[in-house]
Ligand binder design. Structure first.
Ligand code: PEP
Ligand code: MN
Length: 264
């Protein structure tokens, strides 16, 4: 069997650049509805939004949990968008899979092997795709080995996501390791997308690194966007407003046409 065919499913397709967009956290129905409307009006296919938030500080907003998942499903159905959200714990894995199309494993959990095994099982049984973010202090080899935990029970559509690694520099939130894209191409058949939002931590740096990601051959992007970033409860400083998101898309579309791809 051609491995590429068996791994690449619906989320990432070779002829497309897939852009997943949405707020860091689902905060209310109004916020998600307004943001999803923009994502859909731009012709994109996937809406992101965190319901269980793995916050560094226990005093930060932790997410709306199941209520957030309900809003995500409702917004996905209303606008015809696939839904992407993070699974933070084996305890909430089943419930997340009841609501969302794509299960995200965050950077803080890349080495949580019990979670990877459980999410792999659920993804296999329920035919969900899984986005595996790179741990911010993990090597590419460790990341690829982590991805294999997801497929222990059977074939699962796994998408790698480079979201920045920790270096000595403090001008950006993390350092976006775009060299991961060509290295992954050499080592693996798995698709790879880029998260410029968490890597850069500042909205004005998201678009240039998105362009670079596409130029280096990434299969897509996951970008934080919010209808009103100033009021965001989480990661507003790195979230694109509707005007910035529209501009990002315009630029990515023109780049995509150069490399013979469509954007969705
Ligand atoms: C996120 O995408 O919501 C998130 C928490 O990202 P990361 O795991 O990359 O920090
Ligand atoms: Mn975020």
């Amino acid at each position: 069997m051609d491995m590429t065919e068996s791994i690449i499913g619906d989320l990432v397709k070779k002829e497309y650049i897939t852009i997943i967009a949405g707020p860091c956290a689902i905060e209310s129905w109004e916020q998600l509805d307004n943001t999803a409307r923009v994502v859909s009006s731009l012709g994109l296919s996937y809406l992101r939004g965190g319901a269980f938030k793995p916050r560094t500080s226990p005093y930060s907003f932790q997410g709306l949990e199941e209520k957030g998942l309900e809003f995500l499903k409702k917004a996905g159905e209303k606008y015809g968008l696939g839904t992407v959200t993070e699974v933070t714990d084996t305890v909430n894995a089943d419930i997340v899979a009841e609501y969302a199309d794509v299960l995200q494993i965050g950077t803080r959990n890349m080495s949580n092997f019990a979670l990877l095994k459980r999410v792999g099982e659920i993804a296999f049984l329920k035919k969900k795709a899984v986005i595996l973010k790179r741990g911010w202090a993990s090597t590419i080899k460790e990341w690829l080995l982590a991805s294999e935990y997801l497929t222990l029970k059977g074939d699962v559509e796994v998408i790698l996501c480079e979201r920045g690694i920790r270096t000595f520099d403090t001008n950006t939130r993390f350092t976006l390791d775009l060299s991961a894209v060509p290295v992954i191409r050499k080592m693996s058949k798995l698709p790879i997308i880029i998260d410029p939002s968490h890597a850069m931590g500042q909205s004005d740096l998201v678009t240039p690194m998105s362009r670079a990601a596409i130029a280096v051959g990434a299969d897509g992007l996951i970008v934080e966007t919010h209808n009103d970033p100033v009021k965001a409860l989480c990661d507003g400083q790195q979230s694109l407003d509707p005007r910035e998101m529209t501009e990002l898309l315009k630029q990515i579309k023109s780049l995509a046409s150069v490399i013979g791809k469509k954007v969705r």
